[in-house]
Design a protein around this ligand. Structure first.
Ligand code: FAD
Length: 425
């Protein structure tokens, strides 16, 4: 049985683990912290706008496990908030446990507290990776799912300092890139003004610190939109990683979503200013703890890759999630993770690699982002099925489809029905 080793247990690494397992491999997933889901531990928004189409495409292709868990763990389904339709919000308290249980049931070997800091290369192939405690993991093919967030020096140099986010670098050590360890030059995203990196676009308030009225609205509707008096408006739209939420409504209102916490749709907000808003007098941050000052910085260290998600310049290394380029979001991470996991097994078995076709949103997004990343302007944007430039493209190309049966039919016409569920040999 071929051995696939995945480094990074965020949404992309979890998706890669599932598809590699389904394709018949022995799979090890290494995570530097004590939890799966990475930045997804404080996320939650699914199926909004074009993410609906991408989700249903992957389900039709036979690897919808993680999407189905998110659906099952949703606190709210089919809600609307400014610029976004038919969104689901998963419960951040339940989802990690459900994903962990699912991966364990699939007999995926998960190792927590395993921060990979070294790799061994023999005959131009990675033969093993080693964690900070000296444990070695050998494999036939490796997947870099280490994300692009932090570590502290990047948050300090390009952001407002360590904001004490869910990645908990001071305790577990910062992100280390496998592509970087392989000596391959990585790229960095920029903001519209050309400065490096992007700040994560939401923070979480402790829901119980808000007024009972706001809590009730969140619990019942999933969303609360609170108009701001002019003097309390803070404009952080330009620094946001998630440009699908860089709309004027997100500046002129406080927009809260209920993911268990109250997800505040802005990168940070001065706590003293926030506490002047009626209902927010006792507000306090849950993530990042220094949400009054800043947030995690991302989009450092993206791997050069082809559209089959093989890292260019490395023999047996694939990548997914933010590592695979300027794609933002859980859905985007699951899509690329699923393809990388499947192709890693094809590669180990010396089979042709799969490229998803451009007539599907999932295939088009992967190839479009690669193309965009060759230009300076393209490097200053972020791409997501859920908004901004890529969602506009989906609409123009007619690949934003809301009818589930039509999506199933398209996948079938491409000959890809259940492709990820088939065991390879
Ligand atoms: C605050 C915040 C809120 C967000 N909200 C949403 C949302 O509501 N909806 C949405 O779709 N998207 C949201 N996003 C974006 C989304 O979370 C990410 O784009 C996506 O989940 C990235 O997944 P990933 O697997 O590529 O990377 P990550 O989530 O960064 O995961 C990488 C993992 O690799 C591990 N790792 C790194 N280096 C090593 C190493 N050397 N050895 C072992 N492990 C390592 C890390 O610990 C981490 O667990 C949010 C992001 C943030 C920061």
């Amino acid at each position: 049985m071929k051995k696939i080793v995945i480094v990074g247990g965020g949404w992309s690494g979890c998706a890669a683990a599932i598809s590699a397992k389904k394709a018949g491999a022995d799979v090890t997933l290494l995570e530097r912290t004590d939890m799966l889901l990475g930045t997804g531990l404080v996320g939650g928004i699914m199926r909004n706008n074009g993410r609906y189409t991408a989700t249903e495409e992957i389900i039709a292709m036979g690897s919808g496990d993680l999407f189905e868990i998110c659906d099952k763990c949703s606190r709210h389904t089919n809600i609307e908030f400014p610029g976004h339709k038919h969104a689901n919000l998963y419960d951040i308290a339940k989802t990690h446990g459900e994903v962990l249980k699912h991966l364990e049931n699939l007999k995926i070997n998960i190792v927590f507290n395993s921060r990979i800091t070294k790799i061994d290369i023999k005959n131009e192939r990675i033969s093993s990776v080693e964690d900070a405690d000296g444990n070695l993991y050998e494999g036939d093919v490796f997947i870099d799912a280490t994300g692009t967030a932090g570590p502290i020096n990047n948050c300090t140099k390009y952001g407002n300092g360590c904001a004490m986010c869910i990645l908990r670098c001071p305790s577990f050590g910062g992100r280390v890139s496998i592509t970087g360890l392989a000596g391959i030059k990585e790229s960095m995203g920029t903001k519209a003004d050309g400065s490096i990196g992007a700040m994560s676009g939401s923070c979480k308030l402790y829901k119980e610190s808000l007024s009972e009225e706001i809590q009730k609205e969140l619990n019942e509707k999933g969303v609360a939109v609170i108009p701001l008096p002019k003097e309390l408006v803070e404009d952080h739209l330009g620094v946001k990683a998630c440009q699908q939420y860089a709309l004027p409504e997100f500046k002129d209102n406080v927009i809260l979503l209920d993911t268990g916490h109250a997800k505040l749709m802005t990168p940070y907000y001065n706590l003293q200013t926030l506490s002047k808003i009626p209902g927010f007098e006792y507000a306090r941050f849950e993530d990042p703890y220094a949400g009054g000052k800043g947030n995690s910085m991302r989009y450092f260290a993206m791997a050069p890759r082809d559209n089959k998600l093989k890292v260019e310049g490395a023999e047996n290394l694939f990548c997914c999630g933010e590592k695979a380029g300027l794609l933002v979001g859980h859905t985007e991470a699951i899509v690329t993770g699923t393809l990388a996991g499947h192709n890693s097994v094809r590669y180990a078995l010396q089979k042709d690699l799969l490229q998803l076709p451009d007539c599907l949103s999932t295939g088009d997004a992967i190839s479009y982002v690669k193309e965009k990343m060759t230009t300076k302007d393209g490097m200053s944007k972020k791409y997501t099925f859920s908004g901004s430039v890529y969602f506009e493209r989906m609409k123009e190309l007619g690949i934003y489809i809301k009818d589930k049966n039509e999506i199933i039919k398209r996948v079938e016409e491409c000959g890809l029905t259940n492709i990820f569920a088939i065991k390879l040999s």
